[in-house]
Design a protein around this ligand. Structure first.
Ligand SMILES: N[C@@H](CCC(=O)N[C@@H](CS)C(=O)NCC(=O)O)C(=O)O
Length: 195
């Protein structure tokens, strides 16, 4: 198992702090430079998302969202609990984590985008990378997280639906698997019920 880290950046740091609180050590490899860019030779390693941190498991599975990495360790090493203990406690931790992420962590990206040329047109790049990776995932899986419908599909398809309808950024024609998934999602009873 290996954690791809970038000491300069806040997302990898929160994973390292989570591990420190749990008293866990993992092998770490640095992929980021000393400023706001990943080392160019590392970006291909993280294609299509090109962000740190990423946790690579021994079977080759790559998990590249900080909270997904934390969840993995929380399940394997529950104590000390850092993601809540019961239903209400878990919901409150998640609510405040999402608020902190959206209110503070995403603010970093938006501020950098407005002030740093390295961040110009990040929104379009992000959309292109996500749709391409989702299309690849759906080439071999019926749903985004595998064989079962999950909240990942709900988030993805409602975001894509809004991007298409309100922002005029449709799913590219070439991404047939994602278009198939989107059509299937749109036709399901719960989508019709929430249209
Ligand atoms: N949602 C991801 C975000 C990861 C992320 O954006 N990481 C930043 C470092 S804090 C990054 O690698 N940025 C590289 C770039 O945008 O080029 C997470 O929570 O881990």
């Amino acid at each position: 198992m290996k954690l791809y880290d970038w000491p300069f950046a806040p997302n990898p740091r929160r994973v390292r702090m989570f591990l420190a609180e749990k008293g866990l050590g993992v092998t770490v490899e640095e992929v980021g430079g000393p400023n706001v860019t990943l080392k160019p030779e590392s970006v291909a390693r993280f294609d299509p998302h090109a962000t740190a941190p990423t946790l690579e498991l021994d079977d080759g599975t790559c998990i590249s969202e900080s909270m997904a990495i934390c969840r993995y360790f929380e399940e394997l090493h529950p104590e000390p609990r850092l993601m809540g203990r019961d239903a209400k406690d878990k919901a409150i931790v998640e609510m405040w984590e999402r608020r902190a992420y959206e209110g503070a962590m995403l603010a970093i990206g938006e501020l950098l985008r407005n002030t740093n040329p390295a961040f110009v047109d990040r929104g379009r790049g992000r959309h292109a990378r996500f749709t391409k990776s989702a299309d690849k995932q759906l080439a071999h899986n019926r749903f985004l997280a595998g064989a079962a419908f999950s909240v990942a599909d709900v988030t993805a398809y409602y975001a894509l639906e809004f991007l298409n309808r309100a922002v005029k950024m449709p799913i590219p024609d070439a991404l047939g698997n994602l278009r198939r998934g989107f059509d299937e999602f749109s036709a399901c009873p719960s989508a019709a019920a929430t249209a």
